[in-house]
Design a protein. Structure first.
Length: 259
């Protein structure tokens, strides 16, 4: 993608993130602070502060569920820190360009031939699919120009509903995984010999929380079954998926050792 280079080794974060107007507006809200800090230091961020960022990326990198992330993004929009385009999954950190440039006031006394202007303009063209590119130009003004590419036609209502359903399913999956990680699921997952269907396994982990034995007993049972005739047969072909094993109470299986 034009205008986007390799992942940076470091990011600049101004002390005003904590002491300025926006920082004070975030005071006491750890989730807002986490998401704000992530937006400023994300591996996907660029000079314009306008980039593709599915909510799932933030959830995966921070370990928080998508519902909490969306709530924090809305709060950050309310205080003017950023704008998020749900339709195209782009984010714009409104004053990131000023933040990145330090004392430089973007646009003042600059020409279109300036390399910084060229870089930013290239980013705006890359993300012309989003209305945020035009919002950026309205915010900063010349020498930046609205992207030449037209905005796409809005999706039909049916497609929008399908996308919303998919996003809700993804959000539920991320929430299931985040909750499971805090209850020993990661240890079970790393221990189980057939690691497939992690999201479904995380759901099963939550569904069986009240009836399965302790984590230590569960792992011991997996160790027993791992050397059983059934699980060793044909290079482990008959080892059940972890979600299936959990849902049917596999910890009660009888163990037949390999002869």
């Amino acid at each position: 993608m034009k205008g986007v280079g390799a992942v940076r080794e470091y990011a600049k974060v101004s002390p005003r993130l904590w002491t300025g107007r926006l920082g004070l507006a975030m005071r006491g809200d750890a989730m807002m602070q986490t998401v704000a800090f992530y937006l400023l230091s994300s591996p996907h961020v660029n000079l314009a502060g306008l980039y593709l960022l599915p909510v799932g990326y933030i959830a995966d990198d921070t370990g928080h569920g998508e519902r909490k992330i969306r709530s924090a993004l809305q709060k950050l929009e309310d205080i003017g820190f950023c704008l998020y385009d749900e339709e195209t999954r782009r984010v714009w950190v409104v004053d990131y360009l000023r933040h990145e440039a330090g004392g430089w006031d973007p646009g003042v006394g600059m020409k279109e031939t300036d390399n910084r202007v060229k870089s930013v303009q290239s980013i705006l063209e890359d993300h012309a699919i989003s209305s945020l590119s035009r919002a950026f130009v309205m915010h900063y003004g010349p020498p930046f120009q609205a992207p030449s590419k037209p905005l796409p036609e809005p999706l039909p209502i049916q497609e929008q509903e399908q996308e919303q359903e998919q996003e809700q399913e993804q959000e539920q999956e991320q929430d299931s995984l985040a909750q499971a990680r805090g209850g020993g699921f990661d240890e079970f997952w790393d221990h189980y010999p057939k690691r497939v269907g992690k999201i479904d396994a995380a759901k099963a982990w939550g569904q069986t929380a009240k009836k399965r034995p302790s984590l230590a007993e569960l792992l011991a049972k997996v160790d027993e079954l791992a050397v059983s005739a059934g699980w060793l047969k044909d290079n482990g072909q008959y080892v059940p998926h972890p979600a299936t094993w959990l849902r049917r109470g596999g910890w009660d299986d009888e163990v037949r050792s390999e002869q």
